[in-house]
Write a protein that binds this ligand. Structure first.
Ligand code: PEP
Length: 252
């Protein structure tokens, strides 16, 4: 099965509404068509509607970086998945290592968020992190099985086949030291095997698995040449339009 490459940007708490709009206007004419490469920018909820207003029919899709697991209620400061759905947001990042680390998100919370995103007809970009300790101890299998299994509890096979999963070793995020492409491939392969064990080979064949952690225009070609890497999730390289365009046009 051919999986369409997915080039995602995670802006985190960067840019401003004005810069976000200028970014979209700048990249749109130079992106590959959506049928060839899906390009997605996850941005602050403060920018989503103004980015959508200049999005037009161009290829880039505007995503959310996070949401809560309840649709509405007394949850001051949280982002409602129901509201994101009304904005026609296609993707929501769930379980990023910074959410796990700074906002104490547990596997249980992440599982509730995955379910809430699917319930609202959007697709989670589920991030699974991996610490250096686990990597060095050769503990990768229990890591992949544990995080992916916990996040997908109660998720149907139909939903799982639409899922995007990002293998993001926390030792590579924001450090300037990407995992070598073979290590990244091994992490993505383990995740795909876990999805196959939880569901079936058919589902695992459809799930798109990304690598994230210090991706640049210099390492993207090697990463994308690996059979189990269907795309990337980039932080730093996604906040600069010229750099993001190089990632999106990795095939040329
Ligand atoms: C990220 O935070 O998802 C990420 C991959 O960041 P960076 O590309 O900056 O390592």
């Amino acid at each position: 099965m051919t999986r369409i490459p997915f080039i995602g940007g995670n802006w985190k708490m960067n840019l401003t509404p004005t810069a976000a709009v200028a970014f979209v206007q700048k990249i749109q004419p130079k992106l590959p068509p959506r049928s060839a490469v899906e390009t997605v920018i996850a941005a602050s909820p403060l920018f989503l509607t103004s980015m959508q207003a200049v999005q037009g029919d161009g290829p880039v899709q505007i995503a959310a970086e996070n949401c809560f697991y309840r649709d509405e209620g007394a949850y001051t400061g949280e982002v409602s998945p129901k509201a994101l759905r009304e904005l026609a947001i296609p993707y929501v990042i769930v379980g990023h290592s910074e959410r796990r680390k700074y906002f104490n998100e547990t596997d249980d919370i992440i599982n509730k968020k995955v379910q809430a995103v699917f319930k609202n007809q959007m697709t989670p970009i589920l991030c699974c992190d991996e610490t250096m300790g686990r990597f060095e101890n050769g503990d990768r299998v229990s890591w992949a099985v544990g995080q992916v299994t916990a996040a997908l509890r109660g998720v149907s096979a139909t939903d799982a086949s639409k899922l995007i999963i990002a293998y993001e070793p926390s030792w590579a995020i924001g450090t300037g030291h990407s995992a070598p492409s073979q290590e990244a491939e091994d992490g993505c392969y383990l995740i795909r095997q876990t999805v196959a064990d939880l569901y079936s080979d058919e589902v695992a064949d459809q799930t798109r698995i990304l690598y994230g952690g210090s991706v640049t225009d210099e390492n993207i070609k090697d990463l994308m040449a690996e059979p189990n890497i269907d795309g990337v999730l980039a932080g730093k390289a996604s906040v600069n339009p010229a750099e993001f365009l190089k990632l999106a046009n990795f095939e040329t």
